[in-house]
Design a protein around this ligand. Sequence first.
Ligand SMILES: Cc1ncc(COP(=O)(O)O)c(C=O)c1O
Length: 458
Amino acid sequence: MKKRNITLSYEEMPKQWYNILADIKLNPPIGRDGKPVGPDSLAPVFPMNLIEQEVSSQRWIDIPAEVLDIYSMWRATPLIRAYNLEKALGTPAKIYLKNESVSPAGSHKPNTAVAQAYYNKAFGIKKLVTETGAGQWGSALAFATSQFGLECKVFMVRISFDQKPHRKTLMQAWGAECIPSPSKLTNAGRQVLDKYPDTPGSLGIAISEAVEAAVSDQSGETRYSLGSVLNHVILHQTIIGLEAKKQMEKAGDYPDIVIGCAGGGSNFAGLAFPFVYDKMNGKKIEIYPVEPAACPSLTKAPFVYDHGDVAGYTPLLPMHSLGHAFIPPPIHAGGLRYHGMAPTVCQLVDEGIIEAKAVKQSEAFKAGVLWARTEGIVPAPETNHALAQVVAEAKKAKEEGKEKVILANFSGHGMLDLNAYEKYFSEELSDFALSDEEIEESEKIFKDYPKPQHLKSR
Ligand SMILES: Cc1ncc(COP(=O)(O)O)c(C=O)c1O
């Protein structure tokens, strides 16, 4: 019998996260005056125990027992050997997907949501406020806060709020409040609505609203929570790659190529960073974050300092950015509609250790449907971007007659994204191409900001 599903027992699950800050150099977050922003200034936004993780350079960080206990509801997640897809493509490549869709919320997002809820609770926080794109992150945090008895408020990007109404219901089921963004509840939201009343919204706007709502709460018991981009978020996600490494070992293989879709970078980094560590220590391996061609921060935008949100509430972060006021076209992969990218991922791109790819929405859905028809699970629109790259690499391996081992992250299922598939099947799904002029225009916003250095980690 073919071994399609490679599992790990609880005992075999990793008990520490991997912190890439021990192994790479990073430009610090700064203010517009160019001065580094110290941990203390983040205290109204995040609890101090998470701020300490954000700046820690300790390579291995213990996963608290309470977090491991909740992880064990669905972890270790299966590593799937995609025999049917290999056969359909007639490729000599071996294809492995780490299936993060088995979590209660349906994606990788609970890996950090549970950890963040745990650390906030331990710090005495009673309520978390966040934003969500497609609704995966909001529902993950709603699930996690329900486990720890915390309140949760979610600003959901309006286009996704309209496209995916059941995500809101899911958040409600876990006891969270979900509001379409931009909203009239915050200054940031009102300012955008005054200028663009019909805007589809963006992650950048929703982040501004959530930060503002969290820090303006007078109780002192509310904090903000971010589902991607930041170092501590990516730290929590490395459970994916650490498990995958053990599972690949069990399968008797090691990847030649590692792939993940990239919105803010967390699921990609979660899978890839343990392999980046190997690469920096001499392994030969290609590592590809895959973004939408309609929101091409890594592949088209420069490495600069820019804000993580539209209103400019966050410090300046060193990243590839399309400009913090950029409103990405309304593609269905709402979780990939972000103007920037995790600084750690950007640093690795800048150093040439990993190489970014971009995929069009239609190509992504084509690969997602092929996956559904071969391997059974309907993927999230975000995940389809990784799958499109998997298909491209498998076809390349066929042309070259090479038995490449491909490992990718299956970041989430698409059972609440079926209206996007409906649009795809009725040929109503368009590809949005951004002209160089549009990109240049939106990038004017950071032209006077300080510039990051091109650092070398090794
Ligand atoms: C299923 C899924 N994959 C990927 C992403 C992109 O986020 P990140 O790049 O942080 O993994 C999201 C974000 O909402 C998502 O829901």
